[in-house]
Write a protein of this length. Structure first.
Lengths: 259, 380
């Protein structure tokens, strides 16, 4: 089976993240990047499917040259090869364009199954899987906490607020995963050494038939017009217990419509 | 010529181990430590990552890395916890290394694979009640030939990893004649070989340390490691390398103290300001960083000489001395910076404080390191 996993390098959520005032995009150079956490689960799931059913796992990322770290990590975990789409013209691409660019890469790699995280920790639009399936004209089975492959059928459990839905589709398909799905492995040293020799394809926009004007800030359908820092948290209200602490707290909660 | 830049692979490994330490070790180690329980699951996880096979070639089931790369892993682990780090250090450099360096092909085939994967551990029994610094002077354990068996009698003290559920064997040094020391493999479970109960220790509480007793223990002659009478030279080599590893572990502890303090001094306020704004605190933290850094440079330099095949004894002794001092000093300062909370077991610095002292004692005391350094300077 030809499995492609889309991974995104995101800023470390433990560090302070900033948008650039010049063009309202994320300042990706200013912070340490790492693999979007849910994408580790996506890679793990791909490796498990490969271990059970055979095939090949390809990592696909669109991002600046520093995203090579994230690719190396995915290859160290055991993926077979990678495609790194990197071009200054892609900077500022919104979801529509990102899904378009990824679609073009998938045209080059081919696929039976595309696996994504259900959401990134930076932009968090959570729409990429859906957009990609739509563009590719294949089934989308999203928010999976369990995946089973049976011949050319894929069955998943979709995580919901009330439990889960069982969803079935035929391959090829696009799947997005949630963190309940598995426990991602840590790369072994052997894996780290092996990653060094694994092929990373770096196609240009021209190779993919993408016109630079179609992507990036200029070609985006959406624009971040303005942004502001989150206001500092307001001072809390301290309730001193003078025998009536309980009812004071109840009043407070009622005034905020919590009770 | 001077280049301490890590390769991309070493950097990836370092980061992976740091992540493992943060995500897998940190959340559970406080409890295990408090209860004095061996961290079996963590060991299994380290095994899966290949850490126990790091410095060994793939021909014996290892990972094809080198000893320095192992040190990077030890440092990152000790940054979070020393019991876990020493379990790996002893497993590799005291458990597997003697068999790898001095064992026959047959012994390597038999004993190494489960050690490389971390499924089993092995220990090295050198120290005896009579003395650890003067090993030949303190040695009472004997091994005598009886047909095609060695018969071992005696005891060993403070032996790391010797009594876990997954310990496969202990390599013991014993007198096999007048002034003649040899090294022999004794599998756990051999009749007459008793593993004592765990010591109650000041630190390293989640690591396994035991007293061992040998009462007419019979093992086949084929369990002799290397030529008879080579025991002394063998353990000197093992200890020289081990010192670089203990230095790395010490640097981890010293750096862990800096990590903890950096976080704490920004949060903790006294007299209306974060304590990190006071110069007295800033200087303390700066000194701690200096110690961790210089100690790291010292062990990198020793490892570089070792990997280049040069004589590295003096550099290893310097690294161990400097790094264990750094760990001890940083643990003391970190505990001070944490105030009363530093004396509580629930904060890592309290654990660091308890774990630091042994670093100036194990695998050669600080006095022994100075003896080695002085000898290299021609003083006798
Ligand atoms: C603060 C901020 C706000 C933004 N707001 C918007 C907005 O309102 N509308 C908009 O269209 N765009 C927006 N963007 C742009 C957005 O970053 C990109 O369009 C991005 O490609 C969509 O990603 P996402 O992370 O939201 O995708 P999600 O759908 O949240 O990501 C799901 C999965 O898609 C995959 N994936 C995502 N990006 C990549 C990639 N580059 N390479 C490979 N796989 C990937 C991963 O598997 C990921 O887990 C914003 C960006 C930032 C930083
Ligand atoms: C937790 C733990 C784990 C250990 N694990 C192992 C293990 O796995 N395998 C193993 O074989 N051993 C192990 N040891 C033993 C350790 O290596 C010894 O304790 C150490 O070498 C010191 O030996 P000793 O305790 O006999 O002290 P001694 O040798 O009795 O030393 C006592 C003091 O005298 C000083 N001293 C000795 N000679 C001189 C001199 N000539 N000049 C100046 N001062 C001197 C020493 O520096 C020390 O301060 C472990 C110990 C501990 C506590």
């Amino acid at each position: 089976m030809n499995i492609v996993v889309c991974v995104k390098q995101v800023p470390d959520t433990a560090t302070e993240r900033k948008l650039k005032s010049s063009d309202s995009t994320l300042d990706r150079e200013a912070v340490d990047g790492l693999m979007n956490e849910l994408d580790e689960y996506a890679v793990e799931e791909a490796l498990r499917i490969k271990e059970a059913h055979g095939g090949e796992v390809t990592i696909l990322t669109m991002g600046p040259s520093t995203a090579a770290d994230t690719i190396r990590k995915a290859l160290s975990m055991g993926a077979d090869k990678a495609v790194h789409l990197s071009d200054d013209a892609l900077h500022g691409s919104d979801s529509l364009q990102t899904s378009f660019a990824i679609q073009q890469v998938l045209g080059r790699t081919g696929f039976d199954l595309v696996i994504l995280g259900s959401e990134s920790t930076d932009a968090r639009t959570g729409v990429l899987a859906a957009m990609l399936a739509e563009r590719l004209g294949v089934s989308q089975v999203t928010l999976a906490n369990k995946v089973e492959i049976d011949g050319s059928t894929i069955r998943i459990q979709r995580q919901t607020d009330y439990g889960f839905d069982r969803v079935e589709a035929s391959l090829p398909a696009v799947v997005s995963v949630v963190e309940k799905i598995n426990e991602p492995r840590y790369p072994s040293f052997k894996g780290i050494m092996a990653a060094k020799k694994k092929p990373v394809d770096a196609p240009s926009l021209a190779d993919l038939g993408i016109d630079a004007a179609q992507v990036g800030l200029a070609g985006s359908a959406t624009t971040v017009v303005d942004f502001a820092e989150a206001p500092p948290r307001a001072k809390g209200q301290i309730v001193t217990d003078e025998g009536d602490g309980g009812s004071k707290i109840a009043d407070f909660l009622a005034s905020k419509k919590f009770v | 010529m001077i280049d301490f830049t890590l390769t991309a692979e070493q950097e990836t490994l370092r980061r992976t181990v740091a992540e493992f330490a943060r995500e897998v070790v940190a959340p559970v180690i406080g409890d295990l430590y408090e209860r004095g329980e061996f961290p079996y699951e963590i060991v299994a996880g380290m095994g899966k990552m290949g850490l126990f096979g790091l410095p060994f070639p793939e021909t014996v089931g290892g990972m094809g890395g080198d000893y320095f790369t192992l040190c990077l892993a030890l440092e990152e682990l000790a940054r979070v916890d020393s019991s876990v780090s020493i379990t790996l250090e002893a497993g590799v450099s005291l458990g597997a290394m003697p068999i790898f360096r001095f064992g026959t092909e047959e012994q390597q085939r038999t004993w190494l694979p489960p050690l490389m994967s971390g499924e089993r551990l092995a220990a090295f029994g050198l120290t005896e009640a009579g003395g650890g610094s003067d090993v030949p002077g303190g040695m009472r354990t004997t091994a005598t030939l009886d047909g095609d068996h060695w018969v071992i009698n005696g005891s060993k003290s403070f032996i790391t990893n010797s009594g876990t559920d997954i310990t496969a064997f202990v390599t013991v040094t014993a007198l096999t004649g007048e002034q003649e020391i040899s090294t022999i493999i004794v599998p756990n479970g051999t009749p007459g070989f008793t593993v004592g109960k765990k010591y109650s220790k000041v630190g390293w509480s989640a690591s396994d340390t035991r007293e061992l007793a040998f009462d007419d223990v019979r093992v086949p002659v084929s369990n002799l490691v290397g030529p008879r009478g080579r025991g002394y030279a063998q353990f000197l080599r093992i200890l020289d390398e081990g010192r670089i590893a203990i230095a790395a572990l010490s640097v981890g502890l010293a750096q862990g103290c800096v990590d903890e303090c950096l976080r704490y001094v920004k949060e903790r306020a006294a007299f209306g300001q974060a304590i990190g704004t006071y110069q007295a605190i800033q200087f303390k933290v700066a000194d701690m960083e200096v110690r961790a850094h210089t100690a790291r440079v010292a062990y990198y330099a020793a490892a570089a000489k070792m990997l280049a095949g040069a004589d590295f004894k003096k550099e290893a002794a310097i690294a161990k001395l400097v790094a264990s001092n750094a760990a001890m000093d940083n643990a003391r300062d970190a505990t001070q910076i944490f105030g009363g909370y530093g004396f509580m077991n629930e904060y890592p610095v309290g654990r660091f404080y308890r774990d630091a002292k042994i670093l100036e004692i194990g695998e050669g005391t600080s006095e022994v390191q100075r003896m080695i350094i002085a000898r290299h300077l021609g003083l006798r």
